[in-house]
Ligand binder design. Structure first.
Ligand code: GLN
Ligand code: ZN
Length: 762
């Protein structure tokens, strides 16, 4: 039984890659140093996996920026506009080209924008979207995979397993840049390049090659099944002697099981964490020579594996296929888990005993193998840890569970319908037409960050810290009054991050010191860990909202993060459904909403930017998700009186297929990101006749550019073509935390002028 991984976290436990890349971009280190840092990291990861007993060790899973981008470089799918990066600047290398494609380039007289980036399936990893033209040609361009193979082979004195994205998934990940063709039609031109690369790897001594085909676990577009047959038949024909492993993950094969089993490949990898039932489904379909790799260890989470659950899969598969046709592995690449639990010196020992990061997951793969071969003592230790977690009173709070069980339809509904509430709220707040507001955060300057850091370190007393936050808040309120905004915010200066802030105040959350996961390029996130039943034992935001309200006579908007977003941006429990955890968070937020209302805050915003990204991979599962997600939001929002105005906010998402659910959220006001789409996103709201109030963002907060009054006026007039004027709010696309003060102030002044101009025209 071979043991392997599909990929390993590439940042390094100390985020060495991030540091090296950023130093290179800033010119603090040269190319040589960058290369050495990357080599060291890879060598360390190869040796570590070998020492842990992995039989097939991946190479080429490493990337300076993104492995999909590397595939585009391998097959020469490089948009023409980037050619000058290497042709005009002789000292530039392929790595500089990759960085220019990923980040844009404003050096050496060049001015190139970056390629588009999007989320990798349902993860928080972002990849660079390949661009295809109708006459797209491909050629072997990059040598990275060959160099990685040679280096790993040299290091390991064993044959590493090169990792590539399979040809069909690679095409499906990309985008047509002109009309009149489908990207799958490029397959006959792409395949020869794949075949050439695979032959070269074989000739260098590769025994196995891993081809990632995650699209096999999705609803396939038309033509994809044929493309799969064609691609893998050609590869089998031309790459004799090379063993191909096709990997699938993040979902089950479901209706694609027969297709996957019919491909002429040597091994198929399946994700048994996401879809345990697919083993039974697949075993009878597997042809006599095909091996099966069992993804039994969760590559998307930080919990210790429950060996009692994993072993039956191995026993079953070995029973039917024999040991030589079964492999064990994590469910997907370990890219999505933090590097090493051993570094967590401040984490509570009990919690720590329930967890496993990437390095520990390697050990789990090895231990499962040993237990299968009779080392019962290892099983007992695991059982004890799992049982301790199952019974811990720190996790299970009967009162929380009982409260969730008792949530009624009424709890998920405002007392009256929107039309009635709207009248009441109009009387109460007396806002003008086209009321102006912002999304919540104001610039997080170096001073503010330093202030929070100093307090965390213990260098400031609570009173000193609060005093500084109060002055920052007071000044921001004053500025908003001066600018002439109608509904004000406190600025969120006390918050480091919109999820972490709430996690730190709620029960059931834990935080790591080094639990970093790559988000894109050198950017990493450190998600909180939800380990237990969530409850709110204290006010979380009331103090700051009340203080800010005391500084002004205008309405102050309370600012909260919604239950689905808190769930989505954390490592979640694997011992209960996500819907259950979300319902617990919803009740905690509901209590905070009610506390804000009681403290005199009349307008409260519950941000839910992550609702859309939580959509399941398979269409068939989406309705159910949206049901519980929307319900959780409604539970969080419905504890208040009709006269209290609930806002929500969502960043750039396409609302077309979820507009009904957005309407069901029944927020009095929703603010959305629209400026980059020139208001076109509003079409979905118009077609649906969305009844509640909407603030379509009138300027892009991702850029320091100050939009003119005329531009924003134009967008507002456009919005009024889609929506009833009395329902339109005026606001930026999102929070302003990443901006600087001067551009923020200038842009908001223009925004208020634009609102006035449109009002005057009504
Ligand atoms: N209230 C948050 C802010 O203004 C919302 C951030 C977000 O939507 N991502 O920063
Ligand atoms: Zn936003």
């Amino acid at each position: 039984m071979l043991k392997h991984t599909l990929g390993y976290p590439r940042m390094g436990a100390q985020r060495q890659l991030k540091k090296a890349c950023e130093a290179y971009w800033q010119g603090r280190i040269g190319r040589q140093e960058l290369t050495v840092a990357a080599q060291r990291l890879q060598e360390e990861q190869w040796r570590l996996q070998q020492a842990a007993g992995m039989d097939l060790i991946p190479c080429n899973d490493f990337s300076y920026y993104d492995h999909v981008l590397d595939m585009s470089l391998l097959v020469g799918a490089i948009p023409d506009r980037y050619a000058p990066v290497v042709t005009d600047v002789p000292q530039n290398t392929e790595t500089d080209l990759a960085f220019a494609m990923a980040r844009g380039c404003q050096e050496h007289g060049l001015d190139l924008t970056a390629m588009e980036m999007t989320k990798w399936f349902d993860t928080n990893y972002h990849y660079i979207v390949p661009e295809f033209r109708k006459d797209q040609s491909f050629r072997l361009f990059s040598n990275k995979v060959f160099n990685a193979f040679d280096a790993a082979k040299h290091q390991l004195a064993a044959t590493p397993k090169p990792v590539l994205i399979g040809p069909v998934s690679y095409l499906l990940l990309g985008k047509e840049k002109e009309p009149g063709f489908h990207r799958l039609s490029l397959l006959p031109r792409l395949l020869p390049v794949y075949i050439e690369a695979l032959q070269r790897l074989r000739d260098r001594g590769a025994a196995w090659v891993q081809l990632d085909e995650p699209f096999l676990a999705t609803d396939l577009p038309e033509g994809a099944a044929d493309a799969y047959h064609y691609a893998y038949t050609e590869i089998a024909k031309h790459c004799k002697g090379l063993r191909t492993m096709v990997t699938t993950y993040f979902e089950g094969l479901r209706d694609n099981a027969e297709l996957a089993a019919s491909l002429p490949v040597c091994c198929l990898h399946i994700d048994l964490v996401r879809d345990p039932a697919q083993l039974e489904q697949l075993l009878p379909l597997l042809p006599p020579k095909m091996s099966l790799s069992l993804g039994v260890i969760d590559g998307r989470n930080i919990w210790k594996n429950d060996y009692r659950r994993s072993l039956p899969f191995i026993q079953k598969a070995v029973g039917q296929l024999g040991e030589d046709r079964v492999m064990i592995a994590p469910s997907c690449s370990l890219l999505h888990t933090p590097a090493d639990l051993a570094l967590e010196t401040q984490l509570d020992e009990e919690l720590k005993s329930w967890m496993a990061f990437a390095k520990q997951k390697l050990q789990e793969v090895a231990e499962l193998d040993r237990i299968f071969h009779g080392e019962a003592a290892l099983l007992a230790a695991n059982e004890a840890a799992i049982a301790a977690r199952g019974a811990s009173t720190r996790i299970h709070k009967p009162a929380v569970k009982a409260r969730v069980a008792a949530i009624s339809e009424r709890d998920a509904q405002r007392a009256s319908g929107f039309v009635y509430r709207q009248t009441l709220q109009q009387q109460r707040f007396g806002l003008p037409m086209y009321p102006t507001t912002t999304i919540g955060s104001f610039p997080q300057t170096a001073d503010i960050r330093a202030l929070r850091a100093a307090f965390k370190k213990g260098d400031l007393t609570q009173a000193q810290y609060d005093g500084s936050l109060e002055s920052a808040t007071r000044e921001t309120v004053r500025l908003q009054e001066d600018i002439g905004l109608d509904v004000l915010v406190h600025g969120e200066f006390e918050r480091n991050d919109m999820v972490e802030y709430f996690g730190e105040k709620l029960e059931g959350f834990a935080f790591t010191q080094h639990g970093w996961v790559q988000s894109y390029g050198s950017r990493c996130v450190k998600p909180p860990v939800i380990f237990g039943d969530v409850s709110r034992e204290q006010d979380m935001t009331v103090r700051w909202s009340v203080f800010a309200q005391s500084c002004t006579a205008r309405p102050m908007k309370g600012m909260l993060t919604g239950p689905v977003t808190i769930l989505q941006w954390s490592f979640v429990r694997d011992d209960q459904p996500r819907s259950e955890t979300t319902a617990q968070i919803a009740l905690a937020i509901r209590d905070e909403v009610v506390a804000l209302e009681q403290a005199g805050i009349g307008i409260i915003q519950i941000d839910e930017p992550a609702i859309r990204e939580g959509l399941p991979i398979r269409k068939a599962d989406r309705e159910q998700y949206l049901d519980w997600a929307v319900r959780a939001f409604r539970v969080s929002a419905s504890g208040v009186q009709d006269g209290t105005q609930i806002h929500t906010h969502m960043c750039y998402s396409d609302f077309n297929d979820i507009i009904r659910h957005i309407a069901e959220m029944d927020a009095d006001v929703i603010t959305i990101e629209t400026s980059r789409s020139q208001m076109e996103l509003l079409e979905a709201f118009a077609d649906f006749k969305y009844p509640n109030e909407i603030g379509p963002g009138v300027y892009d907060i991702h850029s320091p550019r100050v939009p003119s009054i005329a531009e924003m006026e134009f967008l507002l007039r456009k919005a009024a073509e889609y929506l009833p004027a009395r329902n339109i709010w005026v606001n930026p696309d999102c929070g302003l935390k990443t901006r600087k003060w001067p551009e923020t102030e200038a842009a908001l002044r223009n925004m208020v002028e634009a609102a006035k101009a449109v009002r005057a025209g009504v």
